[in-house]
Ligand binder design. Structure first.
Ligand code: PPS
Length: 692
């Protein structure tokens, strides 16, 4: 059955599509039943099956059992599944064009289903289904079994978000992780190799070792972090990207203060894999299940309610009154229904976590008219790419059935660069969106900054206040809000809703009640452990929060006993300490760490991990190497000089002096109690300890 025979050529697209669909739905059916379902003779079916197998679209396996009419079982290969998805696209586009023409003929007008004036045949109504990359349930069960033989890649949290939207059509027209040609086009001019608009590189970054183990055309299994298979991918492309070019072109900067550049340089793997995806199942979410919708689920909902116009509101922040006013105005302006579409995948590091945010959204949802507003959660991993991200968000919302999209001030802005300047201008995103609006197929509803006018007790766009000199304009920035929350200060009613503020206070208590980490770093023998011990006792005397000391020697005995002092092992050691400290911080405790931690990049990674949950206070114990060697409490420096201990920090291994620690303590000429007290004063000035 699988022997190649060049005389079998592939049938017409329509026939091959029907064949693939039929095999996908009923892979175990007898040839007779399949032929009947397709209304073709057994001979024709056989020829088509041979051609499809020869073209690598299906795989054929022999079945056990007595029934001679059911000797073979068929399943779609990744290539077959990808072709099927492509043919669905074409089929839908053709049907839409036919529908349009018919509508125009019958009514003498253009089809009213789509708000966009100039439609190309690929543009879809917001009510018709869009293609997904999933195979049928039956094929998925088979693929799951077959995939046990495939090499697996364990997806990172960001890749899981990307894959979910690839599979459910949120990233339509993408059919998999970008190939090199698509990637080049996207990076250079926001276009896929076939010319379609797509502004964001959706890439599968992997380690060099993993990439080197693959051959071209190999199928791999993509698994979540628990090992559950979500998809297979045929690896057609495998390349090492020029990350500096990607950062510059996509994010407009190489500054690692930009979260996506930092991710690109310090988290993403060195090699990208590209190729089509065959979707098996979406990632499992245990939280807010009823609030999560795929593009087709939202389209079906809009269809059911007859929502022809839908304006989407993207957000990664809790909803305050200014946001509410903006959404009200947008819906009114576009005469559209409203979709509140918050991102719950990955947002900017340091944002309010999505659990808290969703509770905040739910608390204010009843302020909206139920018959014209809905809320749905989007598992997107944002890149904070400002203007490019706005276009991306627009395309994603179009896929989710929206016709309009709100772009406010500094859309998806990453904040300030390392020189304190904004990465993007406040209205850059609006300008770029406007330029591509027709192609995106979604109309922008743009807003200037909304501010509160006290005399009129309402929010107004800052640029529309004609009597600005005669009224009091109030505003609380995100930074100011965070400060007030951190310090337990008042948040006025005009700014937010009491329910939202209560929710935020519950998860973000004032700093003096939050967990934090004090991270000592310095040479061996610099005095880290001694000061850390003194600090621990002082903090315990104050009470209020549990204190844990993760001293270098203690950790090496209990957590890292198998590790040595190579760069790799030191990194691992520090990351373990960072992980434990982040858990302690998250749970409201105080972690005091005192390892040498010689490498700046590792310290930075630990800082980032901990700052998601609380403050990270880096204390450089700046005792000079000469003084440490003179003290040589453990006799290690002598051994290091004699070459009996290898890779000894400061002697035969490097130490990156911290550039901007929260505190630097000099121990030469200062007693331990005083050093520990300097730390206490620092913690007090940061608001981390207060009068109990
Ligand atoms: S690291 O680099 O942060 O993982 O090191 P750390 O775990 O803090 O090291 C703990 C103690 O190991 C002893 N020791 C060495 N230090 C540096 N280099 C080499 N090669 C080495 N071999 C053993 C040293 O006593 C460290 O303890 P402290 O408390 O810093 O004196």
């Amino acid at each position: 059955m699988t022997t190649a025979d060049p005389k079998f050529s592939l049938p017409e697209d329509d026939q091959i599509f029907r064949l693939l669909r039929q095999l996908d739905v009923a892979p175990e059916a007898s040839q007779r039943d399949t032929a009947k379902a397709l209304s073709v003779s057994l001979g024709t079916l056989n020829a088509h099956l041979r051609a499809a197998a020869e073209a690598g679209l299906i795989s054929v396996s022999q079945r056990q059992g007595k029934d001679r009419r059911q000797r073979y079982a068929y399943s779609l290969t990744s290539k077959g599944a990808a072709l099927k998805a492509r043919l669905i696209d074409r089929f839908l586009a053709r049907k839409l064009a036919e529908y349009d023409a018919l509508h125009a003929e019958l009514t003498g007008t253009d089809c009213g289903l789509v708000a966009v004036k100039k439609r190309n045949p690929l543009m879809q109504s917001n009510l018709t289904p869009i293609p997904e990359l999933f195979v049928s349930h039956e094929s998925a069960q088979k693929l799951k079994v077959e995939a046990t033989d495939l090499v697996s890649w364990d997806l990172t949290p960001r890749q899981i978000c990307d894959l979910e939207l690839l599979m459910n059509g949120g990233f339509n027209p993408l059919k998999g992780f970008l190939t090199e040609a698509d990637y080049d086009g996207v990076v250079e001019n926001m276009r896929l190799a076939d010319g379609q608009l797509w502004p964001m590189p959706i890439t599968l970054d992997v380690s060099e070792e993993f990439a080197a183990s693959l051959r071209e055309g190999q199928d791999i299994a993509l698994r979540d972090q628990e090992g559950v298979i979500l998809a297979t991918m045929t690896v057609t492309d495998n390349w090492a990207p020029d990350k500096a070019r990607e950062a510059e072109k996509v994010f407009g900067t190489n500054d690692e203060a930009h979260p996506a550049v930092n991710y690109l340089n310090n988290t993403a793997g060195k090699v990208y894999l590209g190729g089509p995806i065959t979707g098996i199942q979406p990632p499992i979410h245990y939280d807010f299940r009823s609030r999560r919708d795929t593009p087709n689920e939202l389209r079906a909902y809009f269809r059911k309610l007859g929502w022809r116009k839908v304006v989407a509101f993207q957000t990664r922040n809790p909803l305050h009154r200014a946001h509410q006013e903006l959404t009200f105005r947008a819906a009114k302006e576009a005469q559209a229904n409203l979709l509140i579409h918050p991102v719950v995948g990955m947002t900017k590091p340091g944002d309010v976590d999505h659990f808290t945010r969703v509770r905040c959204y739910e608390a204010v949802l009843d302020q909206y008219t139920q018959s014209t507003t809905t809320m749905s959660l989007l598992n997107l991993a944002m890149r904070m790419a400002g203007p490019r991200e706005a276009i991306w968000h627009g395309l994603i919302r179009k896929n989710h059935g929206c016709t309009h999209f709100i772009v406010g001030r500094d859309h998806a802005g990453p904040g300030q660069d390392s020189k304190g300047e904004d990465f993007y201008g406040p209205y850059d995103a609006q300008e770029l969106f406007r330029e591509y609006q027709d192609e995106i197929g979604v109309e922008m509803v743009d807003f200037k900054h909304m501010v509160y006018v006290q005399e009129r007790a309402q929010y107004e766009p800052a640029d529309e206040i004609a009597d600005r000199d005669n009224v009091t304009v109030l505003n609380i920035s995100g930074t100011e809000l965070r400060r007030r929350l951190a310090e337990g200060l008042e948040i006025p009613e005009w700014f937010s809703f009491p329910e939202v503020v209560a929710e935020l206070r519950r998860t973000k208590p004032p700093r003096s009640k939050q967990g934090f980490t004090v991270f000592f770093t310095g040479f061996s023998g610099s005095g880290k452990s001694t000061i850390a011990n003194a600090l621990m006792v002082k903090l315990m005397e104050m009470g209020g929060r549990p204190v844990t000391l993760l001293d270098g020697d203690i950790v090496r005995k209990n957590l890292s006993s198998e590790l040595g002092f190579s760069k790799e092992h030191r990194d691992l050691n520090i990351r373990r300490i960072g992980y434990v400290a982040s858990e302690i911080t998250k749970n409201g405790g105080i972690a005091i760490c005192a390892p040498i931690a010689p490498y700046a990049t590792t310290r930075r990674a630990v800082r980032e991990e901990i700052e998601q949950f609380g403050a990270f206070v880096e204390v450089h114990v700046a005792t000079s190497i000469e003084e440490c060697e003179r003290r040589d409490r453990k006799g290690l420096y002598k051994l290091a000089r004699e070459g009996k201990i290898k890779e000894f920090t400061g002697i035969s291994d490097p130490y990156d002096v911290p550039a901007n620690p929260e505190l630097r303590v000099e121990t030469e000429g200062t007693d331990v109690d005083n050093c520990a007290h300097q730390v206490i004063l620092k913690l007090e000035s940061m608001g981390l300890i207060a009068g109990q």
